[in-house]
Design a protein. Structure first.
Length: 76
């Protein structure tokens, strides 16, 4: 079984749509304050413009943990 972790950050755009950015393998000890600071920096510096829209607000963030179990499917 393989476990992966992603930090998923969601933002509101100036066209009222929602966009998400993800970071693979965030630190185990990352804090809510650190995440909020980075998200606010992304918005204030206008770093990303998805489909020509500006990010105007940090909405939410979460760490998503996924367990994957591969199967060989060779039965013999």
């Amino acid at each position: 079984m393989e476990t992966t972790r992603k930090l998923l950050m969601s933002f509101k755009c100036n066209n009222d749509k929602k966009v998400s950015l993800s970071v693979e393998d965030p630190r185990d000890d990352i804090t809510e304050s650190e995440i909020k600071t980075v998200m606010d920096l992304i918005v204030s510096k206008n770093i990303f413009t998805p489909n020509g829209s500006e990010l105007v607000e940090a909405i939410e963030a979460k760490v998503v943990v996924t367990d994957t179990t591969p199967y060989d499917l060779v039965i013999g």
